[in-house]
Design a protein around this ligand. Structure first.
Ligand SMILES: Cc1cc2nc3c(=O)[nH]c(=O)nc-3n(C[C@H](O)[C@H](O)[C@H](O)COP(=O)(O)OP(=O)(O)OC[C@H]3O[C@@H](n4cnc5c(N)ncnc54)[C@H](O)[C@@H]3O)c2cc1C
Ligand code: SF4
Length: 507
């Protein structure tokens, strides 16, 4: 039997559904589980708070897109020693709809480190290899070809080459990418294999019923077993509540994202006894440098993020090229009035490259705002992790000047807005930089329902089985016990692929 995707306008009245497995959240984690279980013949219901988006719904204006695709209109931030913006999508496809499609496996040393520190007996590179292979095949993960790199990505390659720094085209989940640089506002070419494009349709073809604009408010349970989920539909873009629903299920998989899943567990009395639910909140704080070249870079063309360097992973950071809607990029330009106008005009000669850092000493906690499922994010950038970010800024400056940049704009408060030589940039390495001086953002979030071999120290085991109930699972980035060193989507999908097997075994 073919399934369906039901939207808000079709949720005319309260409803009850019954299935084998209810999956909450259609991002990278949840979509993998729904697809796998539906194709294995299980009766699956997928519940997603956001609406589906079609190519004609995407707008390239950055602020308009942010308001439509992101939670809290893109204004969500951490509270602590810096206000760091963090973006989570609210859409069928979750973060995969707005992300840059970067798919990288964590280094073997990272997975080995997890195994040792968190007592994970079967989460080594060889254990996960078949799951990585399956996801990469399903999403068409391939290295970005030069034809769609565009000059701003290739300049990064050239700068790295000149310095002898290893760099490579990024492997991404795209098919026939046109290099439009629009991944963040939604891929109008439908080249990006976000989960709403690549996996949800396969789940639906295998019979899954997808309720979009359906916000789960509670996991229902009886004793040590969960019995389903309940919630209300929500009108897209405004959040107004609609019909009530209940989905009765033999197993429940929570993949609402690591800022929502722990709050659902807490509210449902299923956080478990470890005390770890909502704790161990970690980010990859990201910093970026803009470089201005003499000749136009025509930055509007090129894969959003086409090149990266893994050469500094053991020093705690990864370097990448980056692009976004010009209006969003312009936020980081200094100056006012005429000076600002002149800086805006320089965007056509610009490239932006970023670093994401594994800040494994910087932990926080997600809690619910009183009476709601909206998260409060308490998180501090530990002073011991700061040198990672300043070294990364300095390395980016070196690559820019090696690539022939005329000037760079590092975006660090208290330092010059603009640096015209490597000598001037040296201050990035030597100046005492405080957390609040950095223009950081943190879109990689994980750790809040971490897996741990010891039930007293984690929320789930390495198969995503929650310690609090026999038939309750987690399959989002909350499972990661600490930084994966690289972008988190692929490893989360590989883990979710394995979670699906564990759910099937439990039915
Ligand atoms: C701009 C940006 C660029 C990024 N680029 C990359 C990249 O290139 N590569 C990479 O590896 N990572 C990237 N990331 C991070 C990556 O997208 C996330 O790590 C990933 O999406 C997390 O997957 P998830 O399944 O854990 O959660 P999500 O993708 O957040 O999915 C959770 C889903 O659950 C839904 N949901 C939440 N609460 C409820 C509820 N109560 N009821 C029903 N549904 C609910 C949400 O609406 C959402 O759709 C990027 C992130 C951003 C924001
Ligand atoms: S660069 Fe453009 S065409 Fe390629 S995946 Fe991103 S949005 Fe789609």
């Amino acid at each position: 039997m073919s399934g369906f995707v039901r939207t808000f306008d079709e949720h005319l009245r309260n409803f009850v559904d019954r299935c084998d497995v209810a999956v909450v959240g259609s991002g990278p984690g949840g979509a993998v589980v729904a697809w796998q279980l539906a194709e294995a013949g299980y009766d699956v219901v997928l519940l997603e708070e956001g609406p589906p988006f079609q190519p004609e719904d995407f707008v390239t204006d950055g602020s308009a897109a942010i308001g439509r695709l992101l939670r809290d209109d893109g204004l969500r931030t951490t509270r602590g020693n810096l206000r760091m913006p963090t973006m989570q999508a609210i859409a069928l496809g979750g973060g995969s709809l707005v992300n840059s499609a970067i798919c990288v496996r964590p280094p073997a040393s990272t997975l080995a480190g997890w195994a040792e520190e968190f007592e994970l007996g079967v989460t080594g590179p060889e254990d996960l290899a078949p799951h990585f292979d399956a996801i990469e095949a399903a999403l068409g993960v391939e290295a970005t070809p030069d034809a769609v790199q565009g000059r701003r990505n290739l300049l990064f390659r050239d700068g790295c080459r000149a310095l002898g720094i290893a760099a490579e085209p990024i492997r991404r989940n795209v098919r026939a990418c046109q290099g439009s640089g629009e991944c963040f506002t939604g891929c109008r070419a439908r080249a990006k294999q976000s989960t709403d494009v690549a996996l949800v349709p396969r789940a639906v073809a295998a019979g899954a019923r997808v309720y979009a604009s359906a916000r789960v408010g509670q996991v229902l349970s009886h004793g040590r077993r969960v019995t389903g989920v309940g919630g209300r539909t929500v009108r897209p873009l405004c959040g107004e509540s609609g019909a009530a629903f209940r989905v009765e299920a033999r197993a429940v998989v929570l993949a609402a994202g690591c800022l929502a899943t722990p709050l659902l567990l807490e509210r449902s009395g299923l956080a478990g006894a470890s005390g770890e639910c909502g704790r161990n909140l970690q980010f990859h704080p990201g910093v970026a440098v803009m470089g201005i070249f003499d000749d136009p870079t025509e930055p509007v063309f090129g894969a959003t993020q086409g090149y990266h360097s893994l050469a500094f992973l053991d020093r705690g950071y990864k370097l990448e090229t980056l692009w976004g809607p010009p209006g969003v990029m312009a936020v980081r330009l200094p100056g006012q009035g005429l000076a600002y106008k002149e800086n805006l005009a320089r965007i056509k000669n610009a490239a932006i490259w970023d670093a994401i850092a594994s800040c494994n000493r910087s932990h926080g906690r997600v809690r619910a705002k009183r009476g709601s499922l909206d998260p409060l994010l308490d998180w501090n950038l530990d002073h011991r992790d700061l040198p990672i970010l300043s070294e990364a800024l300095w390395t980016l400056a070196r690559i820019f000047f090696a690539a022939g940049a005329r000037t760079i704009l590092p975006g660090v408060a208290g330092l010059p807005d603009e640096m015209r030589s490597l000598d001037e940039a040296r201050v990035l390495r030597t100046a005492p930089i405080r957390p609040q001086d950095l223009l950081c953002s943190g879109n990689h979030v994980f750790g809040t329902t971490r897996m741990h071999g010891d039930p007293r120290r984690g929320v789930a085991d390495e198969f995503g089985r929650c310690h609090a109930a026999e038939n309750l699972f987690v399959a989002d980035t909350g499972l990661l016990p600490r930084s994966p060193a690289v972008n988190p989507m692929l490893v989360t999908m590989a883990l979710a692929h394995r979670v699906a097997g564990a759910v099937a075994a439990a039915l």
